[in-house]
Design a protein around this ligand. Structure first.
Ligand code: AMP
Length: 317
């Protein structure tokens, strides 16, 4: 994940919850992609603070740093080294066909994309393959990058001998959580988020503004849950009540204002344990820093080992 600040519900339900679930059965590695953050923002003054805030969100959501190392991309030099080698194994036209970068260019109105932004899936391939990742728990937008990673791994293995696995993306049921404005993706740049650390009152206020079925204007009007954003949130956060909510919406008995207040309460309840854990880590910054440094030492060892294999396969040095 890129350290762009505090995480939102999209990060949680699209990826982070999978990380937490998978750490029981897999050796996970969790990367703070600080170099990737430069693709859309060259100002590095907040990068460290944002990395720590994101790490606190991970810990609050249940990442166990003893089990799963957490680390910054910039601190493990092997990422950039492997990136350079991988750059030779992919064409620029392949990168230009990447739908996720095309989407970013459109949404962020980028007129002239940087070489680093166009090539960031190649750095991501290095991020994954340095740890011989087999399963990559990501949101839907990242699936094309896992495909690029597979192609690079295949190309490398065919030419130099098998070093890398061909990883697979693992999605949750909510691989693309929509934003409060109804946009297809909740994202910080679209300013349509609910943060994991948001105060309950703010969550209630934000939910009041969430878009609903445009044809349901007042209580009594029958609604269409399948086109309603708030209903999507209910499906995730209000599971036991979903059939009742759908029926109330369809018949018109349930007013959008009540439905939104109910969704806000469920989200607040869902996030409550995280809020408590976050408060603990905010009060213990030295512990958070030590978790990060420990993760970086462990990741460094794994990265060094893989680069040794890469050098041997390529007969470098
Ligand atoms: P990023 O902030 O782009 O580094 O994204 C971090 C992870 O969260 C990636 O796996 C994304 O696919 C995932 N993600 C971000 N926003 C959403 C969203 N709205 N719905 C589902 N997954 C998301």
């Amino acid at each position: 994940m890129r350290p762009t600040g505090k995480l939102h519900l999209g990060h949680l339900v699209g990826a982070l919850e999978n990380w937490v679930a998978l750490q029981k059965d897999f050796q996970n590695y969790h990367l703070i992609a600080d170099y990737h953050a430069l693709t859309t923002n060259l100002d590095t003054s907040e990068l460290y603070a944002n990395s720590i805030q994101m790490l606190i969100d991970w810990l609050a959501a249940g990442i166990d740093p003893k089990q799963s190392p957490v680390f910054r991309q910039s601190q493990i030099k092997e990422h950039t080294e492997l990136f350079l080698i991988f750059c030779m194994l992919i064409t620029t036209s392949r990168l230009e066909r990447n739908p996720t970068v095309k989407e970013q260019v459109r949404d962020l109105k980028i007129e002239n994309i940087s070489f680093g932004h166009l090539g960031y899936p190649v750095l991501q391939a290095a991020d994954i393959l340095l740890y011989k990742g087999e399963v990559v728990p990501v949101g839907e937008d990242q699936v094309p990058h896992v495909e690029i990673t597979r192609e690079i791994a295949r190309h490398f293995n065919n030419r130099y001998g098998k070093v890398f696995p061909e990883p697979e993306a693992k999605l949750t049921k909510f691989g693309r959580l929509p934003g409060l404005d109804g946009a297809t993706k909740m994202s910080k740049s679209a300013d349509n988020t609910i943060l994991l650390s948001e105060e309950p009152d703010i969550i209630r206020a934000k939910m009041k503004k969430a878009v609903t079925d445009p044809l349901k204007i007042r209580r009594g009007d029958p609604g269409r849950p399948e086109v309603c954003l708030v209903y999507t949130y209910h499906q995730k956060f209000s599971t036991p009540e979903v059939p009742e909510i759908a029926a109330g919406c369809r018949s018109g008995a349930l007013a959008c204002v009540d439905c939104k207040a109910n969704a806000a309460n469920h989200i607040i309840e869902y996030l409550a344990p995280m809020r408590e854990k976050r408060a603990y880590f905010e009060k213990h910054p030295a512990e958070v820093e030590s978790i990060l440094h420990d993760g970086e030492t462990r990741a460094q060892k794994a990265a060094h080992q893989t680069m040794g294999e890469v050098h041997e396969a390529m007969k470098l040095g």
